[in-house]
Ligand binder design. Sequence first.
Ligand code: ZN
Length: 359
Amino acid sequence: MALHVRGVFLPDDEVRDVWLVGDRVTFEPVPGAETVADGGFVLPGLTDAHCHIGIARGGSPITSLDQARELARIDRDAGVLAIRDAGSPYPYPELEDEPDLPRLARAGRHVAPPKRYLRDIGVEVGAAEVAATVAAQAAAGNGWVKLVGDWIDRGVGDLAPAWDADTMAAAVAAAHAAGVRAAVHTFSESAVEIMVRAGVDSVEHGTGLSLDLIDLMARQGTALVPTMINIRTFGHIAEQARSKFPGYADHMLALRDRFPEVVRAAHEAGVPIYVGTDAGGGIDHGLAAEEMLLLHEQAGMSATDVLAAASWRAREWLGFPGLVEGGLADLVIYPEDPRRDLRVVRTPSRIVLRGRVVR
Ligand SMILES: [Zn+2]
């Protein structure tokens, strides 16, 4: 059964008809297709470029595929039809082709330094084992590895890089040698500098970015997934740590406070920015619209640029073609023009995933 959709297509801003035949898009009319939308603003399905469907609410690993399905469906019902899972302690390659789940770009487990990351989430290894662990986790995912670039060092009382700079550069090289892209968690100034200079593909959070590094990212095409929702939790992290680690607490607050300007500068410099919520653990799924609004309101990205960062550009980055001839049959429709008032992204009027109506 083919579906027919008519509306104003973004980003082209043209009234069009599209037909969805199975999981594919065509602009050739299909006789007898069922019209499921006539009017509204039509976009390729949204992307959450940083979330975790292998981490349950509260922060422990999920223990069944059904839990991953449940979390992914929350995102789907918010119009997120492609997910990049930025590290999962529970493998779920079986879910890649499930017709009612978003498309999945997956890292394996986080590769983290010993006793310096969220408990039970990462594979924790010393410097000597990092490259081999990256290669193994590259094979466990489907195109990405996730590195933990920094975390609190309790001996230092502040954020510090996960390993020495040579080891961190070797981790990126090991990912590339395995044919996958590397994403790195960084909060601090020092770790992000090492990783950007090492040629990492995607900086997660990136609160410690300087203007020089932003320029380098723009030249290299290094992506930034700011996860502004996550950075808003730094106040809570700081207050919990303050009695034992006051320097760390102050550092986290300073990073938080400067972050909107960091994201603004990165966007203005031409760094590719993508929408990621960091859902999983302490952050709820289904908040892509809220991250989009933060990028718009706090970091000054235009509504159109935010839509690109969530939809067509993010899909292209992850390898999920949008609404082009032969593209994938994922779309969201909004009743009003999201370029005029972005808040409408909270309330899609139609969601179609893999050629099937979700709502
Ligand atoms: Zn994350």
